[in-house]
Design a protein around this ligand. Structure first.
Ligand code: ARG
Length: 597
């Protein structure tokens, strides 16, 4: 299928081009064209241009309208002209109405393209995205959910835009706690037997519950037994220096944890590929060099025995500078040394032009310091963009950080299961003719979609309330609402039988058809913006509005009972391109759109 090469294929861009060409010195200013309530579009750019030319904006506007009208009074616009009416308003704005023809013709051209006319980015680069990074031997929580959901959506959106995307799951698989865990296993070897004795493969949940038990038992011993503590610390040294027995046991923890992680990602319908899981341990061999280079270049200095980087504007509550500690006074490396090494790897080896970190906003200071240090060290040049896509905290209905009644962190798996259960109730109520199997399948698509959508539809940086009742509601800004809109369209298309969707640009459009068409026209622009500013909530907002426009269209414009066969086909065409846009948009968010609900 032909691919539409550029955004010039939208009505919006065509209007902007026509305006630009009509300016006194053709193309001399941005017409600043926006969608508008008064007409289809409003152009505000003539004000600035008039100022620049030291002229009167209304006169300039009249001149531009003259050019657009073909100068001679009474001149007819060509029938396929995109502009139907241009009016001057206020100090020199232009209110623009486009022709019905242009809307349908443009949509038809896009419909012929499998990408719906969405162009590739003009200058794609390589983004290394750090997301979905849980910690080994620990339960995943809602924070990990956010990183996974937002990160997965960004991967899809960026790849669709033509960006080269390298995924990195920076899992917490290194550090002092592994000394304790491995030491515990060495001293309680039957625990290991216990874990491997089971028949067949362990499930993700079993793996996690075993890890949990081990974690709690070793932590209890560590806190109560001084000698165990010492042996654990020695074990960290053995781990870092690569002692084979220690490493083998450590690997066991990592492998068991991965079984659990993958089971959760699987529930979420997310593909996590093993080679992309490069945890903290993956940078172990680089840590020495990272610190040596920082010290030699003077970027880091010794302070109270630790190797530190200082910043003028980062101070603690006592007014004392808070440094980034790259090497502790006991010689141990921390989180920062690993992240700095990861920056080196991602820029130098993976050739990143953008580093994107989907991480909790509470780690913003850490990333600010890491990026700045890497810039000073010359590892991050001006040609590399480093961004933290910081997300807020997940709150309970009470507005406090999300915890169980007992004050414990809520297990992610429990939440996902509950969302699916509630979705099953909604699905069962709506469609009584489904088998249990079909209900289960749809409940998964609806329940998981609901969780993802709720997460993606608020601006990431804001905290959001985790409210399952609201998430699976059929009314309002939820994924279920969008999924139903999609399924409803599919049902109409099925009922249409042999009558297929066909565009008829010669037909006059009803107001609801124009509104729907002009909203569909903004799809590519919305995606380009989302990919540019890393704000998936702009895509959910677009899709929600699309479904709302469709609902209005559906109630005002009979489709299968329209006046003429051409009108039936044209309305089916609008239905079809709406469905395809919904499907494409939702799939970029990682949300399924079942054909029947
Ligand atoms: N494992 C960390 C956590 O659970 C998140 C890692 C974020 N990524 C990074 N490169 N530091 O909080």
């Amino acid at each position: 299928m032909a691919s539409v090469p550029s955004l010039a294929a939208t009505v919006h861009q065509r209007v902007a081009n026509a305006l630009s060409a009509a300016l006194p010195e053709s193309g001399s200013a941005d017409p600043l064209l926006r969608r508008s309530d008064r007409a289809d579009f409003q152009a505000n750019g003539l004000l600035a241009l008039a100022k620049k030319l030291k002229g009167n904006p209304r006169e300039l506007a009249a001149q531009v309208v003259g050019v657009l009208d073909g100068t001679a009074a009474g001149a007819q616009r060509p029938a396929d002209d995109v502009l139907k009416d241009v009016e001057i308003s206020g100090p020199g704005f232009l209110n623009i109405t486009v022709s019905d023809q242009a809307i349908v013709r443009t949509l038809a051209a896009r419909a012929a393209d499998e990408r719906l006319g969405v162009p590739y980015a003009a200058q794609p680069g390589t983004t290394v995205i750090d997301y979905a990074q849980p910690n080994v031997a620990k339960e995943m929580h809602v924070g990990h959910l956010r990183s996974a959901v937002i990160g997965d959506a960004m991967v899809r959106i960026l790849e669709f835009s033509g960006e080269q995307v390298v995924r990195r799951h920076h899992i917490g698989d290194w550090g002092t706690q592994f000394g304790m865990l491995v030491q515990y296993l060495i001293e309680h070897p039957h625990e290991l037997d216990h874990r491997t004795a089971g028949e067949g493969e362990v499930s993700g949940e079993e793996a996690m519950s075993n890890l949990n038990r081990l974690y709690k038992a070793s932590r209890a011993l560590f806190d109560s037994d001084e000698e165990f503590k010492v042996r654990s610390r020695d074990r960290v040294v053995a781990l870092q220096s690569g002692d084979p027995e220690t490493l083998a046991l450590w690997q066991h923890f990592v492998d068991e944890s991965k079984i659990y992680f993958y089971s959760v990602f699987d529930k979420l319908g997310m593909e996590i590929r093993d080679p992309d899981v490069v945890g903290e341990s993956g940078y172990n061999d680089m840590l020495d060099d990272t610190c040596r280079m920082l010290e030699e270049s003077g970027v880091a200095v010794r302070s109270e025995g630790a190797l530190c980087v200082f910043f003028d504007d980062v101070k603690g509550p006592d007014g004392q500078p808070t440094p980034l500690i790259v090497k502790k006074s006991n010689g141990g490396y921390g989180y920062a040394a690993t992240d700095l090494s990861a920056v080196r790897d991602r820029v130098q080896n993976l050739k990143a032009s953008t580093l994107l970190y989907v991480v909790d906003a509470r780690q913003s200071l850490h990333f600010r310091m890491v990026f700045e240090t890497a810039r000073r060290a010359g590892w991050l040049g001006d040609d590399v963009n480093a961004v933290q896509l910081a997300f807020g905290t997940v709150l309970g209905k009470d507005g406090k950080p999300f915890k169980t009644r007992e004050g414990e962190t809520v297990r992610l798996v429990d939440l996902l299961d509950e969302a699916v259960d509630r979705a099953a109730v909604v699905v069962r109520e709506k469609a009584q003719d489904l088998t249990d199997e079909e209900i289960a399948e749809r409940a998964t698509q609806v329940g998981i979609g609901a969780i993802k959508y709720a997460d993606l539809s608020t601006s990431a940086s804001r905290d959001y309330k985790f409210d399952l009742d609201q998430m699976v509601s059929l009314n309002g800004d939820t994924s279920v609402y969008l999924q139903y809109a999609y399924a409803r369209i599919q049902s109409i298309l099925r009922k249409a039988g042999d009558t297929g969707p066909t565009a008829h640009p010669e037909l006059e459009l009803a107001p609801a058809e124009r509104a729907l068409g002009l909203h569909l026209d903004q799809f590519a622009q919305t995606l380009a913006e989302v990919a540019e500013v890393y704000e998936p909530h702009k895509l959910t907002a677009y899709l929600y509005q699309l479904a709302s426009h469709y609902t209005t269209f559906y109630s005002e414009c009979p489709v299968l009972k329209a006046d003429s066969p051409q009108q039936i086909e044209n309305r089916l065409f609008l239905c079809d391109i709406t469905a395809r846009t919904l499907h494409q948009g939702m799939s970029l968010l990682g949300i399924r759109t079942p054909a029947r609900l």
